[in-house]
Design a protein around this ligand. Structure first.
Ligand code: S3P
Length: 398
């Protein structure tokens, strides 16, 4: 159930304030209009702030007011200014503090609306209809890369309220990636699941471009990443789909913080950790061998984790696996403490994870069952996402 701030973003004239007010009324939530908060703070209009103190001053103030509003304790609807997501670190702040919706009506509607009120808007003042059209096209184009980072894009703004109401009823499903992976790999699956769940993804420390930090990679470190994410997002409880190592992290989280985790679905998670299995896995993490034998994979890893160094990433992953083999892995007793409903799945063509080790864990977890996925190999890119999304829905929605 969604209980976070909802940020409405989009170009001037996209209807953020109008729809924000109506949405707040429909949900019986508080409403904040960032421009109005800025005007109240500064005791003058936005137009006056631009004229007397300049845009740079306005942008700093805008960033401060955004952060102040976000501190409200009850979830609120917040209509942003058209430029808010595009300055400072505002967009990543927005993403960390709530759910964001990009209102994206067609350009001709923006032109129609804005030509009637361009005089009040400092960025539009003095422009005739042609100049206005050109300005909107160019500025929108510049800003799209920020706007498109929103969690949801709504072009039919009339459908905002029913869509949000539907979203409110959905359970959150967090998709966790594997040891060498990143959240981006789970995008195709996310897309297939968004109709049924409030789907979230995250990058573990050091993955998908996220900084390495000072600590070595460990299951506990990644578990804390997840806990931090669900705290920051104000999520009471999440269901989790964990691919490979992501499944291991999900079960560790369920053991340590049972009240924060609903159902768990794992795919291709390795459970049998010993010195031998870890050594075998680590042999496959040699950057020199990867570069010479599978250069396309080397390139993919480089791009996936940039600006972090992919070779260092492999070394840190190897050390995590060796630790697991040397006693850091969860014991059968640990797994037996997991009370959630769990589905453990593995593909019949998985050459890294055996059916036996998966079945054995499913027997130890009191509410777990095992399913073998015929013909499915290990790499997530080779898994039929349609098939797996159907299985997830079947298990999570029952
Ligand atoms: C701006 C949009 C305005 C206001 C300021 C700057 C922009 O908000 O913050 O005039 O840069 O697009 P609205 O989008 O609510 O009009």
């Amino acid at each position: 159930m969604l209980k976070r701030n909802i940020y409405l973003l989009g170009f001037m004239g996209s209807g953020k304030s109008y729809w924000g007010r109506l949405l707040a009324k429909a949900l019986d939530w508080s409403f904040f209009d960032l421009d109005a908060v800025i005007e109240e703070t500064e005791k003058c209009t936005i137009k006056e702030i631009f004229a007397s103190k300049g845009e740079a001053y306005f942008r700093t103030l805008e960033g401060k007011c955004l952060r102040n509003i976000s501190k409200t304790t009850t979830p609120s609807i917040i209509a942003l200014g058209g430029g808010t997501p595009c300055f400072g670190e505002n967009m990543s702040w927005i993403q960390r503090h709530g759910i964001s919706i990009f209102l994206n009506p067609p350009i001709h509607i923006l032109v129609e609306r804005l030509k009637k009120e361009s005089e009040h808007r400092p960025l539009l003042a003095g422009k005739d209809e042609d100049a206005l059209q050109q300005f909107i096209e160019e500025k929108l184009n510049d800003r799209l890369c920020f706007y498109k980072q929103a969690n949801y894009i709504i072009s039919e703004t009339n459908s905002l309220i029913p869509k949000i109401k539907k979203l409110m009823e959905k359970n959150t499903l967090l998709l966790l990636h594997g040891a060498l992976g990143s959240q981006k790999q789970l995008e195709p699956l996310k897309e297939l699941l968004t109709l049924d769940f409030d789907v979230r993804t995250l990058n573990f420390t050091g993955h998908g471009g996220k900084a390495f930090g000072d600590l070595p990679f460990s299951i506990d470190l990644f578990t804390k990443d997840v806990l931090h994410y669900i705290d920051e997002q104000n999520l009471e409880q999440v269901n989790i789909f964990g691919y490979s190592m992501g499944g291991y992290v999900a079960l560790n989280l369920a053991k340590l913080y049972p009240e924060r985790v609903g159902k768990i679905f794992t795919l291709a998670t390795k459970f049998a950790w010993s010195v031998e299995t870890a050594t075998r896995e680590v042999k496959m993490l040699d950057p020199v061998a990867i570069e010479s034998k599978v250069p396309a994979f080397a390139k993919a890893l480089e791009m996936r984790h940039a600006p972090q160094d992919w070779k260092n990433h492999l070394a840190k992953t190897a050390s995590l696996m060796l630790d697991l083999g040397n006693g850091a892995a969860l014991s059968a007793e640990d797994f037996s403490k997991v009370q959630q409903k769990v589905v453990i799945t593995v593909g019949s063509k998985d050459r890294m994870v055996s059916q036996e080790e998966s079945e054995a864990i499913a027997k130890v977890i009191p509410n777990a069952h095992f399913e073998l996925l015929e013909g499915v190999p290990h790499p997530i890119e080779k898994v039929d996402v349609q098939m797996i999304s159907e299985k997830i829905k079947e298990e999570m929605l029952s």
